[in-house]
Structures are given as C-alpha cells and as structure tokens.
Design a protein around this ligand. Structure first.
Ligand SMILES: *Cc1c(COP(=O)(O)O)cnc(C)c1O
Length: 710
C-alpha cells in the first residue's frame, strides 16, 4: 500500500509501488516509463516519481490508462519488478542456498541513492548507496540503517564573490520516496536511546531499494525536547557534542530499530567508524541476558565487520574522555565493565592527548576489518600497527576490498544500449566478468565516438539549462552566467574535475603555472577547457578558499571562458559529468585518497582517467587506459611534490593528450583516442564494479561472520 494508490486508475494502479521503490532509478525501462507518463512534470519534479504522481492531473492519468502502448510498457516493467522481487534465482541464493536465513545489517551515516533523497555528502554516501543497490541485485539478505535528515546536506550557492554559501532546505517528507514504519494499528514504530539522562526518541522511515530495505531514523518527533528534535536535522553539522549524540543514536538506536522490527542480524557491517557504538549496544544486550562481558565481546566480535575509509589521521572521529564520560556514564555498568575498561576500548593517543577514537573501538572489537583499496589496506596496516604492537606490520589484521560502482546507476543509457548490442542482452548479469568485456572489440570506433559526442552535447545542454534557469529566476548575474559554462564548446577537448573540495584533493594544482596553462587552454587549433564542480564542507575554510580561487579564475577574461565552475554538485550532475567530459582529472596528494569512485564512473563511460597513482587508480592504470599525474612517488616536501606533479600534468597534456584527441581520420574520428576510451571501459568496468566488490565482501567477510567463524 502506498498513499498514491487511491488516486491511480485500476489499469495502472501499481505505479505507486514502483514510485516507492528506488529500483526504478537504475532500470532504464522504468525510467523511460516515468518520462512517458508526463515529461514536463518529470523535468519539473527533478525526476521524482512520488511527487509526479501527487501532482499529475487525473485527466493525464486517464489518458495513459487508455493508451495501449503505455500499458504494454507498464505491464512489462511490472513483470520485471515482480521477477526482481521474487528473488529465487539470485547469485546469493544459488551460491549460498544454506545461508539465506541470515540478515546482514549495514550501518552508514550517509546513503547516496538518488537526488530525491539528499542524505549524502560525497564518496562515502555514494558507496553505501551503491553497496545496498548491488546487494539487492545479487540477492543478499541485507538491510541498511542510517538517518533521515530532514534538511539533508546543504545546497551550494556561489555568489559572484566566489565564497560558497550553504543553503539548507527543509525536505518535504511527503514528496520523498520514504514511508513511515508503523505497527498493525497504524501507529508509528519508535525507538529511544537514553542520551545524557534523557530518552531521545526516533521514528523510522523505510526506503525500498530493490528487494532490500533501508531504515532511517528521524528524531523530529513530538515526544522530544526541541534540541533533540534537531538532532538528525542535518548531515555533518554541529560540534563534537552533537556528533557524539548523533553517533549514539546511529549505533545504539540503530540496533534498537532492528530489534523493533524483529530482526536479528548475523552480520553487522559498520561502514566507517561513525557507527562503532553499535558494538557496545550488542554487548549490553548479551550481558542483560546473563553473559559475562568477555563472552559477550567474543560473540559480537564474530559477527561484526568494519570498513575503514580514511588514511588521514584527522579524518577519524575522536571524542574527549570528558565527553564520553558525560554521555556513557552508567552504560559501562550495563556492559559489566568499569569506567576505565570502557574508556580503554577506544583509547588512542591524539596529538592533544589521550581520547576515545571510534576507529580504534571498531578495530579492537570487530572480528574483520578492511580498507577500500590495496594501497589503502597497506597504509591502514601501518597506521594502526600500534593497535597490534606485537605483530609485524604485514600481519596487522586489516585486509582490503577495493571499492566498485553500481554499474546500472552510473552507465549512460545510450552507452548501455550499445553494450546490449555488442556484449549481449545479458551483459548486466555478467558485468563483473572480464571475458564479457573483451567483446567490446566488436564495437566500431566511429560508433563509440558518436555515442560519446552525443553524451558530451547532452552534458553541455544540461549545464547551460542550469544556468538558464538561474538566469530566468533572477538568481544569476551576467558573470555567473559566464562562469556556469555558457562559453563551453562541444568541439573542444574537455577535462572534468568534480568532487568534494577537501584540500588534499588539490583542486587548484592544474593552475600552478598559470601562463603555461593559459597557452594550453587558448591554443588556436587545439584548445582545451575544464569544468569544475564540488562542495566544501561548511566548516572547511581552506576548502572554500580553493573554490573561490577557481571561481575567480573562471571569471578571468584571459582564460577565455574555458574554465567553468558549476554550482551544487550532486549525484545527478555527477552522472552528466562522468558520462560527458573527455578526460577525468584527479589530483589527490598520495596516499590520502583511500579509493575514490568518480574516476570509475568516468572509466565505465569511456572517459579515460588522468590521475595520481593513488587509491583505485594504482590498480586500474595499465599503461593504455588513461594517464598518470606525477610518477607514484611521495615527496617529503609538499611544494616540491606540487611542482613535480603539476609539471607532469602540463607535459602529458601537451605531448600526449591534446595531440591524440585532435588527430582525426577522414571521418573525423580520433582513432587513437577511441582506442584509449575502449581500453578504459574494457579493463576497468568489470573489476571496479560493485558486483565484484559485494561478491568479495560476501565470500571473504559476510559468510565467515554468518557462520560465526573466528
Ligand atoms: C561519485 C561521487 C563522489 C565521489 O567522488 P571522488 O572523486 O571519488 O571523491 C562524490 N560526490 C558525488 C555526488 C558523486 O557522485
């Protein structure tokens, strides 16, 4: 049942069910159905079927319910939907028929599923979203746990002075693809956690992600004090006091959500340390049943999996002992341990003194831990050697599972249609199989090139449309019309750089030698242009300064309108950019990019990477599928590193990338370039797919945890 069902004509009365399951968003036939239902409304609601069905006229609904072509498509989509839900022949069911009764609970602070649900900020959230989608495709018994943030992450505005402004909009919950979880009497199911002596309550929203459910806590309920109602209002805002309260809600509250729903997971997967407190709650439960702390900890250990994402020490959540004592006073009694023992579980020497580190808690207590690329696994073993001082560093028990992306979410529809032609109609089922992708050789150069050009034009139209809307709404002055990319040219070699503006990503590196860059951009015969996008965390002043620097350069007439800065980067825009530019640039300071995933999205769409040998690209680069910034060395001196790396950017652009891009045959096809495009797809798509990743999590970690093996 959905709130939309009563409005729908009998013949199409399952559209509500479809709108409330994000499966539609990664299924081309279903996306197409919404477009056909009411295209202007589809655009106006920014691809939000729930809102569409609320606003659509009855007359239009009656029309399509009589349209035999629409009905045929509708029936086909619903049949596909039912097959997906029935789930009998999934990979998990056929590979592990004895394990289907298990439940994997996946905890994350953010989930990037679709633009209509803005509860993500960047790579970590996109990864969680892709993980849960892929788990559905593979048939894993899987639930997600997180927060419903009524104000989500902020929307970015860049006024003409270039200093990013954060705009928080209240999300209309009725228009989001979420539904409150209620009992059989129609009463909202709620959980509560005692925080600082007072119970804080949360209601639970459910998101259908294919066959999986994602449960999101929301503390904006009547029973709560005003400040507690605000607790889950926004993602990543507030001081460490807000943060510890949020993390108590996620860890302790999240376990209670599962209990309230009658779920007893055999695997708890903590995606990053934000949810580490769940360990304490699970121990408390066992102790309440009469177990000793040691017995309880041993049991919890067998069933917990922890993924760390941050090679930067300052990136880990740390709370002062004072704060931990304030909030957990008495909780240690319920766990059967002393205050000192409790504090020792997360004890870590920070630059400013001993404190409670969420990563250390997870490392101590989880049975299995991994980093998110091979290099990151190695860095993590070095970084956390101190937790296992008696082991040699190579035996520190942190493995690695390299990230991947959910291909159905990130592939351009037009290119996906080509893959259906050349790889076969079942290509999506076998997307992690390298032999399948060898068949790309059969696709003609010209064909691949023309699809790319179409996607490039589409991306530019999209960017210009964004600018036009702001202009029409009176929100843009002429300078902002310029910086938003109106002077971009579809014939020009286009570099894309879009991601969070954290300083280690060195967004301004390519501007290090401005005159040299200027010569490259403004070359008469072979010009180059660059599109930038990305948000800085609202508290990250240096990050905002980088945005301003690039924004000001994009206004500079001497750069000829060949630099654009597009505001409000999000998943929707990420799709256009990673599908439509010619080269994807990434310049992190090695080894701080644990993995990175935007480059995988580009690679899949035939957009070669030009990137530092860090994170995933160390594993992805093969000499023929893109280019390398720097040479993989790490310099002591940061300025020297920047000089060296920037110099390789210019050199490779001048000597390799630009000439290759502009050398065309008689048909206007850059044969050499298309070869790199094809190799980018062939070599990267199968390995960096979330299908390979989720299968690895299953065979290497989940199955072990399900069986309770040490
Ligand atoms: C994929 C994605 C990211 C991750 O980008 P990286 O370059 O890997 O850091 C961040 N934000 C959005 C919106 C994305 O789609």
């Amino acid at each position: 049942m959905t709130p939309l069902d009563n409005k729908l004509p009998e013949k199409i009365n399952r559209l509500g069910e479809l709108a409330y399951n994000l499966w539609w968003s990664w299924t081309p036939e279903a996306r197409d159905l919404w477009k056909r239902l009411d295209y202007p409304l589809w655009r106006k609601t920014r691809h939000n079927p729930v809102q569409m069905l609320q606003e659509i006229s009855d007359a239009r609904l009656q029309d399509v319910a009589r349209d035999s072509t629409f009905l045929r498509r509708y029936t086909k989509v619903m049949l596909q939907f039912d097959e997906m839900m029935a789930n009998g022949h999934s990979w998990f069911h056929t590979t592990y028929p004895d394990l289907t009764q298990n439940v994997i609970a996946y905890f994350s602070f953010e989930f990037g599923l679709h633009n209509s649900l803005p509860i993500y900020s960047g790579g970590l959230g996109i990864l969680s979203g892709d993980h849960i989608k892929e788990s559905s495709d593979l048939g894993l018994p899987f639930v997600g746990v997180g927060f419903m943030y009524p104000q989500g992450y902020f929307r970015q505005r860049i006024p003409s002075h270039g200093w990013q402004e954060a705009v928080y909009e209240q999300l209309d919950m009725n228009k989001a693809p979420i539904q409150l979880v209620q009992d059989e009497h129609g009463t909202d199911i709620k959980i509560s956690v005692k925080i600082n002596g007072r119970p804080v309550h949360a209601r639970i929203w459910k998101v259908n992600v294919g066959r999986n459910s994602l449960y999101l806590m929301d503390t904006d309920v009547d029973e709560n004090e005003p400040w507690d109602r605000e607790l889950s209002a926004r993602l990543y805002s507030g001081d460490s006091e807000t943060r510890i309260r949020q993390e108590m809600m996620l860890g302790l509250g999240g376990v209670r959500v599962l209990r309230a729903l009658g779920l007893a997971p055999t695997v708890y997967h903590m995606n990053e340390g934000h949810s580490s407190f769940l360990i304490l709650e699970c121990i408390r439960e066992y102790v309440a049943q009469g177990k000793s702390f040691e017995e309880a900890a041993a049991l919890v250990r067998r069933h917990t999996v922890f993924t760390t994402h941050t090679p930067v020490p300052a990136g880990h959540d740390v709370f002062s002992y004072q704060l931990v004592e304030k909030y957990f006073n008495g909780f240690w009694d319920e766990m059967g341990i002393s205050r000192e023992h409790f504090l020792s579980l997360g004890a870590h020497q920070e630059p400013w003194g001993q404190a409670f580190n969420m990563t250390v808690l997870a490392l101590h207590m989880a049975g299995q831990t991994n980093g998110v690329s091979k290099l990151h696994g190695r860095i993590s073993r070095e970084m956390w050697h101190e937790v296992w001082p008696d082991k040699p560093v190579e035996e520190v028990p942190i493995s690695s599972i390299t990230n991947g992306i959910h291909i159905p979410t990130w592939i351009a529809t037009e290119l996906g249609d080509e893959f259906t032609k050349y790889l076969g109609p079942d290509w999506l089922k076998r997307r992690d199989d390298p032999t399948l992708w060898q068949r790309l050789a059969d696709m003609g150069d010209k064909e691949l090139w023309l699809v790319h050009l179409e996607l490039k034009r589409k991306m530019m139209r999209y960017l210009k449309d964004l600018v036009r809307r702001n202009w029409v709404d009176g929100r843009a002055d002429p300078t902002q019309v310029l910086t938003g990319g109106t002077l971009l040219d579809p014939e020009t070699l286009t570099i894309g750089f879009a991601r969070r503006f954290a300083t280690y990503k060195r967004a301004t590196l390519i501007f290090r030698d401005l005159p040299r860059l200027q010569r490259i951009l403004l070359d008469t015969h072979r010009p180059v242009q660059i599109i930038f996008a990305g948000k800085a965390h609202p508290a990250d002043e240096p990050g905002k300064a980088l945005i301003q620097e690039i924004y000001n350069l994009s206004k500079h007439n001497q750069l000829g309108g060949r630099i654009a800065f597009v505001e409000d980067y999000n998943m929707h825009m990420a799709r256009y950019l990673t599908q439509g530019v010619d080269v994807w640039l990434n310049t992190p300071r090695r080894p701080r990019e644990a993995s990175g995933t935007s480059g995988m999205k580009a690679a899949l769409n035939g957009v070669p990477n030009f990137s530092v040998l860090d994170g995933w690209w160390v594993e992805g680069y093969n000499g023929a599928n893109g280019w390398v910034v720097g040479d993989g060395r790490e310099f002591e001196n940061e300025a020297a590193q920047d000089d060296f790396d920037a110099n390789t950017i210019y050199q490779i652009l001048e000597d390799e990338i630009v000439p290759l891009y502009y050398s065309r045959d008689r048909d206007g096809v850059p044969r050499g370039w298309v070869e790199v495009m094809r190799e980018s797809i062939r070599s990267n798509a199968p390995y960096f797919s979330a299908q390979r990743m989720v299968k690895e999590y299953t065979s290497e970690m989940y199955v072990k945890a399900m069986n309770g093996d040490e």
